[in-house]
Design a protein around this ligand. Structure first.
Ligand code: SAH
Length: 345
């Protein structure tokens, strides 16, 4: 059976023509699936019974099931554990901001990158998500909350640039005016620094924002907490970032998790200023989320403040990320980690 949600509009048009039907039906069907988010072919009221029957014979509508929900009492953040068709599980987070509703989506089941402070990596890597499974998280959450999502960040489980083709396809799916209609400028991809694919993405002509998980200012320190640093140096990473900025005209966000006694001294901040000087960039400082069985703890308030002030007074715009959902398992990967542990007991 074909997962019909996986077709782009062009692919759906080709498929409908192959069925011996008129191409324009593809637009109607696409809208039913991606905008109206229907779960049954019988709800496609402007599609003939015979075409619906053909579709039912060969295809199915992807449905992801929400199996656990944690709601923050503080700020309305909702974290979802979502089950895929092969019974693996991923996480998605719904967040309310004053500019609209935002969602954090997963791009893989598990992760290979092995960042030491990250919960997503603890239960290992299983597989890439399909484009429709990435989009499907938004569909499931829009249906659950009854709210429209206007911003999407690829900061859930997985490394988006390690699942390049499906991730790029998912951006196109999410972007269609006939579908979820979320503007590319409202979509942000986060990477630990898969350098060749930063170049590839720059040439894709998609207007999405790029975030780089930098977290350290020297290769020696970065290698201690991020294995990807053994493959690409900070210089190579920043060279790719400069290419991305030049090619797309988009500014880059740098993520910097502040970890006590690891990367949070004034000297680190001054190093960061040197690295980013002259780049159109923004730094997101994230007091590290302490995960289960993790060894890293948050920087002290005073050090966070000194770090931020050092950046800002040197002209590097930085903000401390508002910690949404701090009363739930908000750091990505935590809910899945718990789920797997409970099921193994
Ligand atoms: N693999 C991608 C996207 C997923 S992680 C990436 O590395 O960018 C999303 C962001 O959360 C990354 O910046 C990641 O480094 C950060 N992160 C992961 N675990 C964290 C934790 N425990 N505390 C703070 N930030 C964390």
């Amino acid at each position: 059976m074909i997962n019909i949600n996986e077709y782009t509009l062009d692919e759906l048009e080709e498929y409908i023509e192959m069925l011996g039907e008129k191409k324009f039906h593809a637009k109607q069907i696409f809208k039913w699936l991606h905008k109206e988010k229907i779960e049954s072919f019988d709800d496609m009221t402007d599609i003939s019974k015979s075409l619906r029957d053909k579709l039912k014979e060969q295809t199915y509508i992807l449905k992801l099931s929400i199996i656990n929900v944690q709601k923050s009492k503080k700020d309305g953040t909702i974290k979802f554990l979502i089950k895929l068709e092969d019974d693996t599980a991923i996480e998605s987070v719904f967040m309310k901001y004053n500019y609209g509703n935002s969602m954090c989506v997963s791009s893989q089941v598990g992760c290979k990158m092995g960042c030491k402070f990250c919960a997503s990596t603890k239960e290992g890597y299983v597989r890439n998500l399909l484009a429709s499974e990435i989009e499907g998280q938004i569909i499931a959450v829009e249906k659950y909350t009854g709210e429209r999502i206007s911003n999407v960040v690829y900061m859930g489980i997985g490394e988006p640039l390690d699942n390049y083709d499906n991730v790029v396809k998912s951006i196109r799916l999410i972007n269609y005016p006939l579908g979820l209609n979320i503007g590319a400028r409202h979509i942000s991809l986060s990477t630990c620094g898969v350098v060749p694919n930063i170049y590839k993405l720059a040439d894709e002509n998609i207007q999405s924002t790029l975030s780089i998980s930098l977290h350290c200012t020297t290769d020696i320190e970065r290698k201690k907490i991020m294995p990807i640093a053994n493959k690409y140096t900070i210089n190579e990473l920043l060279e790719a970032c400069r290419y991305y900025i030049k090619t797309t005209g988009r500014r880059i966000s740098f993520e910097y998790a502040l970890i006590n006694d690891v990367n949070d001294t004034k000297e680190d901040a001054l190093n960061l200023v040197k690295l980013l000087r002259g780049m159109i960039a923004h730094v997101n400082l994230i007091p590290v989320n302490e995960i289960k069985n993790g060894v890293y703890i948050k920087s002290k308030e005073k050090n966070i403040e000194i770090f931020m002030n050092t950046l800002n007074s040197s002209g590097i715009v930085s903000t401390v990320r508002r910690e949404l959902g701090s009363d739930i398992d908000a750091a990505c990967g935590q809910l899945r980690q718990k789920h797997i542990e409970e099921n193994n007991q």
